[in-house]
Design a protein around this ligand. Structure first.
Ligand code: FAD
Length: 631
């Protein structure tokens, strides 16, 4: 794969792991031949080479499942297409449940799988035992059988993608590290390497655990952190055959598969070991992290519990390799909000082999088509915020996110680590009133209030929630009287300038050319009529608008508006952290507010969708008449 560095390429892909090779391959299948992949050392030398190679198909959403299914299908045919073997096959997989809650989760997964067209069967413990004779089954309540799940050889599969990319016209250069990224007028313009500079239209950051650093070169937040991830491989064992399905015993944190007649057993321990806090060593290539048997013990014990024969099986290899994890456990895909034509495909949370093919295809289609090829919001990089670049935050969250992969995915589950990043001015008062907080975009938000004698703590369940009666009480109060909502986490923007109205009229589905002091509820649509943003727009003056939109979509929506301003004379300012928002809602809200203000709040004096500054007690506030609870 030697060659000389071109002075220009339409797309530069940074990183020759499975993600980068997949992006390059898929760009060429879409007819883009002017693609240059730059790899610091050698293809697959980062995380990819030591992956366990499990290729599960079932993911959290339909589109992510579609991409994973596509990956398995691609790996199956890649050898015939490229001449490079991949080692892919489909031994199927068995997922176990040790308790009722997990079984409930597995059954939900099975229903989802059927909707997503993934072959699945809920099986008895006895049936699971027949498929995995070495395993102990007396403590199980049931299992899932996914006959089409696969496994592959990560190095060979990556080489096959690389070969396919080269056959399609891409250039792949090894031993060529990108050292800087040139950005001009907010867009990518080129990359620097020790061998020279390359101008380009697009950069794709597929640098795995290095992707955060590469992002920083272009001012892009890529919130991921490396963690140690472990597995062992035993010598050949009696009863282990190549057709043994992949086994997932998530209540015991482990996965197991056959490897050269022995077993490969790894897992996702509840308290993980973040890695690379002082930076990733420059010479880290085909490298591992030193063994840590003490840390591995929790997985080893669970492995021996499930497969008693492991107790006496000699261990041939102990693998401890770094993998990148993100704060919400989902990978990062798409065009970065901070820099035009800078794309990311990284942070795979231990499913990069299974998801690399589909993620690469999605990014390639996104680049060529100029928009996401399907709803990819779960993994869209525009869901993250700048504060998440903080290494300490990432390290703290990573301790939890590794184990979260195999923990029960409870409804309403909140992270326990890296909390308290953003708090409203009322936070402590709400806490004293029994608030149980959840987190969105780093904001601590009161999700419900504990009633007398109750602890403000989630007791997770697939059944009725422990806060059910608390929510009912709140609901009744707002329906029959009045409730106060701290909505400070809303994203708040000001759009000002002579062209502000024209920009908004172009972007909004509703007519926002209203008199100052009026508020409009509207969506922003894309050219297909799909919803890009859901917001209220308040006209403050002839050339000034105040935009309020949801916290979770803050980066996405801000970016959507900012990108569309173009050469128009309008300035967008994020004022989220500068303004608190209180919602006062319910039939007695006027009665409550009237006690605090001399302003006329009557229907005639303050009609629905009016917005103006008033004195509320001693504070100047912008009061807007709108509701989120129905009026
Ligand atoms: C022990 C272990 C077991 C795993 N098992 C599985 C599994 O069974 N199934 C599964 O789906 N996933 C598994 N994974 C996860 C999977 O291996 C990763 O998600 C995947 O390999 C990540 O691929 P990548 O291309 O994003 O990163 P990498 O493979 O790390 O590729 C990034 C590349 O970027 C290069 N690079 C960095 N900086 C620069 C620069 N400045 N210029 C040029 N190049 C640069 C690096 O050298 C590297 O080659 C496992 C991970 C581990 C650690």
């Amino acid at each position: 794969m030697a060659g000389s560095l071109p002075a220009h390429a339409r797309v530069v892909v940074i990183g020759g792991g499975i993600a980068g090779c997949s992006v390059a391959y898929h760009l060429t299948t879409l007819g883009w031949r002017d693609v240059l992949l730059l790899e610091r050392r050698e293809i697959s030398c980062g995380t990819t080479w030591h992956a366990a190679g499990l290729v599960g198909q079932l993911r959290a959403t339909q589109n992510l499942t579609r991409l994973a299914k596509y990956g398995a299908d691609l790996y199956e045919r890649l050898e015939a297409e490229t001449g490079q073997a991949t080692g892919f096959r489909r031994p199927g997989s068995v997922s176990l449940a040790r308790n009722r809650e997990r079984m409930h989760e597995l059954k939900r997964l099975a229903s989802m799988a059927r909707c997503f067209d993934v072959d699945v069967e809920v099986v008895t413990t006895a049936e699971a035992g027949r498929r995995w004779p070495l395993m102990r089954t007396d403590d199980l309540v049931g299992a899932l059988w996914l006959p089409r799940d696969g496994r592959t050889n990560p190095i060979d599969t990556t080489l096959a993608l690389a070969r396919g990319a080269r056959q399609g016209g891409a250039t792949i250069l090894e031993n060529t590290a990108v050292t800087a990224i040139r950005v001009e007028n907010g867009r990518v313009a080129g990359v620097k390497t020790a061998a020279g500079d390359v101008t380009c239209e697009f950069v794709v950051n597929c640098a795995g655990i290095w992707a955060r650093e590469i992002g920083r070169m272009a001012g892009v937040t890529v919130p991921l952190h490396a963690s140690e991830h472990f597995y062992i491989v035993t010598e050949p064992m009696a009863g282990v055959t190549p057709d043994l399905p992949v086994l997932r015993d998530t209540d015991g944190y482990i996965y197991v598969r056959e490897e050269v007649g022995g077993l490969l057993m790894g897992g996702f321990e509840p308290v993980a070991k973040p890695w690379g806090m002082a930076g990733i060593p420059a010479d880290f290539a085909f490298s591992l992290i030193p063994e840590d048997w003490e840390h591995f013990q929790v997985l080893m014990e669970q492995g021996m519990h499930r497969i008693p024969a492991l107790e006496t099986a000699p261990v041939r290899r102990h693998v401890n390799g770094p993998e990148s994890f993100t704060p919400d456990g989902r990978y990062l895909l798409g065009e970065a909000p901070e820099c035009g034509n800078f794309y990311v495909a990284a942070g795979f949370n231990s499913i990069g082999i299974a998801s690399g093919a589909g993620a690469g295809r999605a990014v390639a289609e996104w680049i060529v088509g100029g928009e996401p090829p399907m709803d990819l919001w779960d993994v869209d990089i525009r869901r993250v915020a700048a504060f998440q670049a903080n290494p300490r935050y990432l390290r703290d969250r990573t301790v939890e996110m590794v184990g979260a992969l195999y923990a029960v995915h409870w409804p309403y589950l909140q992270p326990a680590t890296a909390r308290g990043v953003r708090k409203s001015v009322l936070h402590d008062r709400l806490a004293r009133r029994g608030a149980c907080f959840g987190v969105v975009m780093g904001w601590e938000r009161a999700n419900w209030y504990a009633t007398a004698g109750m602890e403000a703590v989630y007791r997770y369940s697939y059944g009725r929630q422990n806060w059910f009666s608390c929510a009912a009480e709140e609901h009744r109060a707002v329906r029959e009287a009045v409730g106060l909502f701290d909505q400070s986490s809303f994203c708040k923007l000001r759009l000002e300038g002579p062209d502000a109205l024209a920009v908004l009229q172009r972007l909004c589905a509703n007519d926002v050319d209203v008199p100052p002091g009026r508020l409009v509820y509207t969506q922003m649509l894309n050219p297909h009529g799909g919803i890009e943003a859901d917001l209220t727009v308040t006209r403050l003056g002839v050339d000034a608008f105040f935009i309020v939109t949801g916290a979770a979509a803050a980066t996405h929506n801000t970016h959507w508006i900012a990108r569309q301003i173009g050469a128009a004379r309008a300035v967008l300012t994020d004022v989220t952290s500068g303004q608190a928002v209180l919602g006062v809602m319910g039939p007695r809200s006027r009665e409550l507010l009237t006690r605090l203000t001399d302003a006329d709040l009557s229907n005639a004096g303050f009609p629905f969708l009016a917005s103006r500054e008033i004195w509320l007690a001693s504070a100047p506030v912008r009061a807007s008449r709108v509701t989120y609870v129905g009026e």
